[in-house]
Ligand binder design. Structure first.
Ligand code: HEM
Length: 536
C-alpha cells in the first residue's frame, strides 16, 4: 500500500502546475502545524504526504531538482526533509539498514492507524486508538498465515477454480443476467469476423474484475460476492475517487461529487463487511446465521480476525471499517497489475509466443482452445520469463513508499555523516524512485522483462530475480500479501494467455498513458480489445 499516489503525477511535466500548488500547500500546512505545535504526533501528517510527492518529483528532475531541494532541506547526504518531524531517505542500502531496525525502534503501526482513521472511516478517538494499537499485530497474524505462506497461498488459489473461470473469461453473451460478474463493467459486445466469434470488451475493467472475482472469495467466501452484487463497482469507486482525496487531507464534508459518491461506496462496503462479521460471529458461537448463509468457504483470515476483534472488544461497525483495509489491500494493487501484465504481454512483439511456449507444460488446451489443465505450483515455480514479465510490470506501474514512525532515537551513519532521527518523528523511503532511473535500468520506459533474467549458476538456466526492485516495501512491515499476490498474478496471466487471443480493436496496440493510483498506476483510458478463443 503506497500513501504517495501523487508522487508519480508530479513526475510528469504536465503536472508542474500541481507541483507548484502542492509546494505552496505544503509550506502553508507545515507553517500552520508548526505554529499550533500539536501535542501528539502519532498520525502521519497530511503535509508529509505532500512532501513525499514533491520531493519525489524534484529528485526525479535530477540536478536541477536536487539543487532546489538542497536549498530547502534540513539535512544533507541521503536525507531530504523540511522538518525534523519527517525525513525522506533516498539511498537504497541505507533504507535497508534503517528498515532492519527492531520493532522497538521503528514501527508502521501509526501509519496504519493514519490510514484507518483518515481513509478507511474509523473514528479518530482515544478509545479506538487504544483498541487499534493493542490488536493490530494480532490482526495481521491470520493474514500472514494465508497470504504469506507459500503452501497456504497455493492451496487458496487451487480452491479458486481458476481453470473454470478462465474458460469463461468472456462468455459470448450480451444478456447481462447471464454474464459472469467480471464481464458486467466491461461494455461487452459480441461480434464475429471470418467465421470467428469474438467479444469486444474493455480490457482493464474485464481483467481487473476477473482478478477480484478470483481473490475476494478466498478472503470472504463466495456468498459475500453473491449477496453484494455491487461490490466491485464500490471497491473501485472508493479506490479511484475517495482514497487519494482523503490521503491529501480533503475533508469528508467537502462538497465534491467524488467525495460524496466515494463515501457512499465506502459506507456500503463497510456495511457488507460488518454483516459478514456478524454472520461469522454467529457461526463461531453456534447461533443461527443470518439468511442461513453458506459459511463453509470463509477463509481462516476472516475467522482468525473475528476472534481477535472479539478478544479486544471491537464493535461490529468497527470490524467492518477495519477489515475494509484488508479487503482493499488484497485487491487495489494486485488486480491493476493483472491488467497491465496482460496489456504488456499481448502488445510486445514476439513475447506472447514465447510465454505460450514456456507455459505449455503447465497450462494445457483442448484442440478447441479451452483450458483443460492448470498446474498452479509449477507455473509460479518454473515459468521464469513470465515471472520476469511480472517484475517488469511492477517496475513500470507500482509506486511504493515505505513510511515508519521512530519510537527510539536512531543515529544514522551516512558515509562520513551522522544523522539523528528523533523519537516521535516519521521517515519515508520512496522505493520506486530508482525504477525510472536510466543509470539503473537502461531505457527505463521500455517494457523489457529480460532485464530481470539472470543465469542460474547451478542449472545454467535463466532465472527471474528482483535485483533492486522493491514492490513490497521493506523491513518487517513489508507487504503481508505478497506471496498470494504474485502467484495470483502469474497464474491468472498464464491462464488467460493460454486460453484467449486478444487483439486491439483499433488494429494497433497503443497502451494508454498512466495516472497515479493508490499504489498501482491506472490507465487514463481503457483499452478496447477483441477477444476470441485461442486458435491452436
Ligand atoms: C501486487 C500486489 C501488491 C502490492 C504491490 C503490495 C504492496 C504493498 C506495500 C508497498 C506495502 C507497504 C510496505 C511497507 O510499508 O514497507 C504493503 C503492505 C501491506 N499489504 Fe500489500 N501489496 C500487494 C498485495 C497485497 C495483498 C494480496 C494483500 C492481502 C491481504 C496485501 C496485504 C498487505 C498488508 C496487510 C500490508 C500492511 C503490512 C504491515 O503494515 O505490516 N497486499 N503492500
Amino acid at each position: 500500500m503506497s500513501v504517495s499516489p501523487w508522487a508519480e503525477a508530479l513526475q510528469s511535466h504536465s503536472w508542474r502546475r500541481p507541483a507548484l500548488i502542492a509546494f505552496v500547500v505544503l509550506v502553508l500546512t507545515v507553517t500552520y502545524q508548526l505554529l499550533i505545535k500539536p501535542k501528539a504526533r502519532t498520525k502521519f501528517p497530511v503535509w508529509a504526504t505532500l512532501e513525499v510527492a514533491l520531493t519525489s518529483y524534484l529528485l526525479d528532475q535530477k540536478a536541477q531538482g536536487r539543487r532546489v531541494l538542497s536549498a530547502l532541506r534540513r539535512n544533507d547526504g541521503s536525507l531530504f526533509g523540511l522538518t525534523s518531524w519527517h525525513q525522506l531517505l533516498v539511498d537504497p542500502p541505507q533504507v535497508d539498514r534503517l528498515m532492519a531496525h527492531a520493532a522497538g525502534s521503528i514501527t508502521a503501526a501509526p501509519v496504519q492507524y493514519t490510514l484507518m482513521t483518515r481513509v478507511f472511516g474509523n473514528p479518530d478517538s482515544p478509545e479506538f486508538e487504544k483498541k487499534f494499537f493493542s490488536s493490530w499485530k494480532e490482526l495481521n497474524a491470520p493474514v500472514e498465515k494465508l497470504f504469506l505462506n507459500d503452501t497456504a497461498a497455493t492451496a487458496a488459489l487451487e480452491r479458486a477454480r481458476i481453470l473454470e473461470k478462465a474458460n469463461s473469461f468472456v462468455t459470448f453473451t450480451t444478456d447481462r443476467s447471464l454474464m459472469k460478474h467480471w464481464e458486467r463493467s466491461a461494455d461487452i459486445k459480441v461480434t464475429s469476423s471470418d467465421g470467428v466469434k469474438k467479444v469486444e470488451a474493455s480490457l482493464q475493467s474485464l481483467s481487473r474484475d476477473f482478478g477480484a472475482c478470483v481473490a475476494i472469495p478466498q478472503l470472504y467466501g463466495q456468498d459475500f460476492m453473491e449477496r453484494y452484487p455491487q461490490v466491485l463497482d464500490d471497491l473501485w469507486k472508493f479506490d479511484n475517487d475517495l482514497f487519494p482525496l482523503m490521503m491529501i487531507g480533503i475533508p469528508e464534508w467537502a462538497p465534491l461529487r467524488a467525495v460524496r459518491e466515494g463515501r457512499a461506496a465506502r459506507s456500503r462496503i463497510m456495511t457488507e463487511i460488518e454483516g459478514l462479521y456478524r454472520r461469522i460471529d454467529q457461526h463461531q458461537h453456534g447461533k443461527p446465521i443470518d439468511f442461513d448463509a453458506d459459511m463453509s468457504d470463509i477463509s481462516d483470515v476472516a475467522l482468525g480476525r473475528s476472534t481477535v476483534y472479539e478478544k479486544h472488544g471491537w464493535t461490529l461497525p468497527e470490524r467492518g471499517a477495519c477489515d475494509l483495509a484488508i479487503f482493499w489491500g488484497q485487491n487495489a494493487n494486485t488486480q491493476p497489475v493483472v491488467f497491465w501484465l496482460l496489456a504488456y504481454v499481448y502488445s510486445t512483439p514476439g513475447l506472447l509466443a514465447q510465454i505460450r511456449e514456456e507455459i505449455v507444460p503447465y497450462a494445457n488446451n483442448s484442440t478447441s482452445g479451452e483450458l483443460t489443465a492448470l498446474d498452479i505450483p509449477s507455473i509460479s515455480k518454473n515459468c521464469q520469463l513470465l515471472k520476469a514479465c511480472v517484475f517488469e510490470t511492477y517496475r513500470l506501474v507500482v509506486e511504493v513508499t515505505s513510511i515508519r514512525h521512530v519510537t527510539r532515537p536512531i543515529t544514522l551513519t551516512d558515509g562520513e555523516r551522522k544523522h539523528e532521527l528523533k523519537s516521535g518523528s516519521f521517515f519515508s523511503a520512496p522505493l520506486s524512485l530508482v525504477n525510472h532511473d536510466a543509470s539503473v535500468y537502461r531505457d527505463p520506459d521500455v517494457f523489457d522483462p529480460t532485464r530481470f533474467l539472470e543465469q542460474n549458476d547451478a542449472s545454467g538456466k535463466p532465472v527471474a530475480r528482483y535485483g533492486k526492485l522493491k514492490p513490497w516495501g521493506s523491513g518487517a512491515a513489508m507487504c503481508k500479501g505478497r506471496t498470494f499476490a504474485e502467484k495470483e498474478i502469474m497464474v491468472l496471466g498464464a491462464a488467460i494467455v493460454a486460453a484467449w487471443d486478444i487483439e486491439p480493436e483499433s488494429g494497433k496496440w497503443e497502451l494508454p498513458a498512466m495516472v497515479p493510483g493508490t499504489g498501482a498506476k491506472k490507465p487514463v483510458r481503457d483499452i478496447r480489445v477483441a477477444i476470441s478463443r485461442r486458435k491452436l
